[in-house]
Design a protein around this ligand. Structure first.
Ligand code: NAG
Ligand code: NAG
Ligand code: NAG
Ligand code: NAG
Ligand code: NAG
Ligand code: NAG
Ligand code: NAG
Length: 469
């Protein structure tokens, strides 16, 4: 038989074990053809084993000894402290050595899960620490780019919320572990309290240009709580099983999350961007049931030229100053209440290249507004964790109804921006009626064909020129 056929059969075997429930005997040799894996937790009845162990060994350690320490000391295989952060006394257990010492595969699974929980939380702790300097850089750059007024304050507790929800933005390989931790919250709420702390920081505020410097306060706080979360999980069998009982910590290698501080910061960056944009008078404007590129290509305003939006969308579904969300058929943009001529395109290019996604910034704000929310909140569902209102910019909806033309009506749900629809905007040729609209306007003037007029659009600064008949 060729070696690749052997490999193929092995893959089939492994695949069938991961799909169907393996038999206990399939799980008896984690160094063999079926390596350590989540399904073996149930096949070997590890949860039952742990519960039975704790009743039969309740007297084998001093009162107050955490479960994990007691378990490992009883095995005496060189692991002792898998509770603290960055202690070096929690090496991975080796099945070869366990086997050589006649230690059961059940004991090995428990020891491995103690190690794997420890490794996951240590990685998370380190990632938060790394996020401190990454956040100082990214927030500094965002503030430099968006330049919010100096006296604008940010709430440290909102930063903490945005940082803590970064857990759900970890790379996909950590997904099942995050899911297992979050699922465990239902049975062990104390762990959720530590990982998504709403604490004493909520009275502290910092000026925006100082927020980068305040990140140390926020990261240290969350790190302290993550340390407590690890200790709580390893402390007693009920909490330990709440988190490991799905089997999902039975993976090798444990995903490396210590270097994922950029992913962890996505939510925080979104929050900071939203706050800075808001402080600078930006609001989100959206056109419902509108594909802005199609409107440009095939719409009734055929002569209308949207800068950089003629050739369809880029990989982020953006063109020029717009983001089109195909799933909901809405085109989003930013418009500035303080200066209608402001073009947000360059800022959007930088924000979406480095720090957040159009979906988080635009859709996130729309969802926040629909829920009537304001400050960021974390919600933990039965198996996932979600944050709302990381982006909480005000969202206004362009009025697309041509019959409203002339009624000074710009949005269906926000007041008219100051300076809109003033006759005689800059560049208006003699004899024309000119209507001033914001840079990224997509409202009813674009499609209006009444009055027997053909419209002629002056794209400069978003001014629309309506010719007299
Ligand atoms: C799992 O182990 C526990 C404790 O030994 C036992 O009570 C329970 O019946 C076992 N469950 C299964 C499905 O074997
Ligand atoms: C393991 O068990 C076998 C068979 O019972 C025995 O011969 C051997 O000495 C044991 N090894 C250790 C390290 O206890
Ligand atoms: C374990 O991970 C798998 C794969 O991601 C997932 O489908 C399952 O829901 C997880 N189980 C729990 C209890 O989190
Ligand atoms: C999180 O850590 C902070 C800082 O050490 C502490 O004040 C706070 O009580 C902790 N939160 C919880 C839920 O224990
Ligand atoms: C640890 O577990 C013990 C025994 O179950 C319990 O009394 C104690 O409160 C727990 N400590 C923590 C920090 O959860
Ligand atoms: C414009 O309409 C034509 C014909 O229906 C279609 O093929 C094309 O994809 C449309 N363009 C856009 C940008 O939607
Ligand atoms: C943002 O991303 C671009 C392109 O990926 C890169 O060239 C630039 O240096 C980044 N800027 C910052 C401040 O990180």
């Amino acid at each position: 038989m060729h070696s690749h056929s052997i490999l193929f059969i092995c893959l089939l075997l492994v695949q069938s074990f991961t799909q169907a429930q393996p038999k206990p005997s399939d799980c008896s040799d984690p160094a063999g053809i079926v390596p350590l894996n989540p399904s073996c937790w149930t096949a070997l009845n590890i949860s039952g084993y742990v519960m039975k162990w704790s009743t039969t060994h309740s007297s084998s350690c001093l009162p107050g000894t955490p479960f994990a320490s007691c378990f490992l000391r009883t095995l005496d295989m060189g692991q002792e402290d898998c509770i603290g952060i960055t202690s070096s006394t929690c090496p991975p257990p080796s099945w070869i050595q366990y086997k050589a010492n006649n230690i059961s595969v059940e004991d090995f699974y428990v020891a491995y899960n103690i190690y794997s929980v420890y490794t996951f939380f240590n990685g998370y702790y380190t990632a938060i620490g790394n996020a401190r300097s990454a956040a100082t850089d990214s927030i500094g750059a965002i503030v430099a780019l968006l330049d919010p007024p100096k006296k604008t304050n940010g709430v440290l507790n909102d930063l903490l919320t945005a940082l803590s929800v970064g857990l759900s933005f970890l790379a996909p390989d950590a997904g099942p572990l995050v899911k297992a931790v979050v699922t465990g919250f239902q049975q062990a709420p104390s762990v959720a309290k530590y990982l998504f702390p709403v604490g004493t920081l909520d009275t502290q505020v910092a000026q925006f240009d100082q927020i980068a410097n305040s990140m140390g306060t926020v990261t240290t706080y969350l790190q302290h709580n993550v340390t407590q979360a690890l200790a709580a999980i390893q402390n007693d069998t009920a909490t330990f099983l709440a988190v490991t009982g799905s089997g999902n910590f039975s993976v090798t290698p444990v995903p490396t999350i210590s270097d994922q501080s950029d992913s962890i910061l996505t939510a925080l960056n979104t929050y900071v961007i939203s706050q800075c944009l808001q402080a600078n008078n930006w609001v989100i404007a959206r056109a419902i049931d509108t594909d802005v590129n199609e409107l440009q290509a095939n719409g009734s305003a055929a002569g209308w030229d949207i800068p950089n939006c003629g050739k369809g969308y880029d990989g982020q579904s953006r063109c020029g100053a717009y983001y089109f969300n195909k799933a909901i058929d809405v085109s989003f943009t930013l418009t500035n209440n303080g200066d209608l001529s402001k073009d947000p395109t360059k800022a959007m290019d930088q924000l979406f290249a480095n720090w957040t996604t159009p979906d988080q910034l635009f859709n996130g704000a729309a969802q926040c507004q629909a829920q009537g929310g304001s400050a960021p909140v974390v919600s933990t569902g039965p198996s996932d964790v979600d944050a709302s209102c990381l982006s909480n910019l005000k969202v206004c909806t362009w009025d697309l109804d041509p019959s409203h033309i002339g009624t000074q009506y710009e949005f269906t749900d926000c007041g008219t921006q100051s300076g809109v629809y003033v006759d005689g905007c800059k560049g208006c040729p003699d004899g024309d009626i000119c209507v001033n609209v914001p840079y990224s306007y997509i409202g009813n003037y674009l499609t209006y064909t009444g009055w027997g007029l053909t419209y002629d659009f002056c794209i400069q600064n978003g001014n629309i020129i309506v010719p007299k008949n």
